[in-house]
Design a protein around this ligand. Structure first.
Ligand SMILES: [Zn+2]
Length: 231
C-alpha cells in the first residue's frame, strides 16, 4: 500500500521531508494543495478523538499512513493478531449478554458450563463467519464496478481495525454498565466500519452504509436464532 493524502485520498510518494531529527516539513498534496498528512505533527489523543468522531481523514491516516504503507497487512502478521483480538472481544460481548440475561437462573453445573461454552463458540465463529461472508458478498454486489479488482486484502483489515470500539467492552470488566451499552457500542462499530470501508473503497456513503448494515444485521440474526434454539 502507498501513502495517501488524508484530505482527498490522493496517492503520495512520501509525507514529509526530514532535515534533521525533530525538524521536518510536511509534503503538500498535488491534487488538493493541503498538507498531505497533518496528523504526523499531532498528539495521539487528537487522532483518537478524530477517530471517535468518525472523521474519514483520521481513518485514512491510520489505515494508509500508519499501518499499511511499507508492506501489506498480511506480511506484517497484523491480520492474525487483529482477528484474534476481534474474536476474543466478540466472545466477551457474547458472555456479557448471556450473563445479564441469565442472572436469575444461574447454574454452575458441568453440563451447563459445557453448553455455555459451546454456545459461545457458535456465537463467535458462526456469527462472524456469516458476518464476513455477507460483508464480502455485499461488497461484490454493491461495489463491483467502483472497486475494480476488489481489494479484499485491504478491506478485511480495515474492518477489523475499525471495530476498535469493541475495546470499550473491557471497561465493563471494571465498572458496571447496563447491557444496553453493548448495543450502543455495536452502533459505533457499524458506523466506524462504514467510514473505514468508505475510505478504503472510495465509494459512496449510502453503499457503504448498506453493506455494513446488511453484514451486521445478518450476524445479529444468527445470534438470535442460536439464542432461540437454546432457550
Ligand atoms: Zn489531497
Amino acid at each position: 500500500m502507498e501513502y495517501r493524502c488524508v484530505e482527498c485520498g490522493n496517492a503520495m510518494k512520501s509525507l514529509f521531508v526530514q532535515y534533521s531529527p525533530g525538524n521536518i516539513r510536511l509534503m503538500k498534496c498535488e491534487r488538493c494543495r493541503a498538507a498531505a498528512d497533518e496528523y504526523i505533527e499531532c498528539e495521539i489523543m487528537i487522532i483518537v478523538i478524530d477517530l471517535i468522531l468518525q472523521k474519514p481523514k483520521a481513518y485514512r491516516h491510520l489505515l494508509y499512513n500508519v499501518l499499511g504503507p511499507k508492506s501489506s497487512y498480511f506480511e506484517q502478521g497484523l491480520l492474525g493478531k487483529l482477528s484474534f483480538g476481534f474474536l476474543v472481544l466478540d466472545g466477551y460481548r457474547s458472555l456479557f449478554i448471556d450473563r445479564s440475561r441469565e442472572q436469575l437462573g444461574l447454574s454452575t453445573s458441568f453440563s451447563s458450563l459445557l453448553w455455555r461454552f459451546q454456545k459461545l463458540l457458535m456465537d463467535v465463529f458462526l456469527g462472524n463467519f456469516i458476518f464476513l461472508s455477507t460483508f464480502l458478498l455485499a461488497t461484490r454486489i454493491f461495489l463491483s464496478a467502483s472497486v475494480g479488482s476488489l481489494r479484499y486484502k485491504e478491506i478485511l483489515p480495515a474492518i477489523l481495525i475499525s471495530s476498535y470500539f469493541k475495546l470499550f467492552l473491557l471497561a465493563m470488566m471494571v465498572w458496571e454498565f447496563p447491557s444496553s451499552v453493548v448495543f450502543i457500542i455495536d452502533l459505533f462499530v457499524v458506523s466506524a466500519n462504514t467510514v473505514a470501508l468508505k475510505v478504503i473503497t472510495e465509494s459512496t456513503t449510502s453503499r457503504c452504509v448498506a453493506i455494513c448494515s446488511c453484514a451486521h444485521f445478518m450476524k445479529f440474526l444468527v445470534t438470535q436464532v442460536l439464542e432461540l434454539r437454546s432457550s
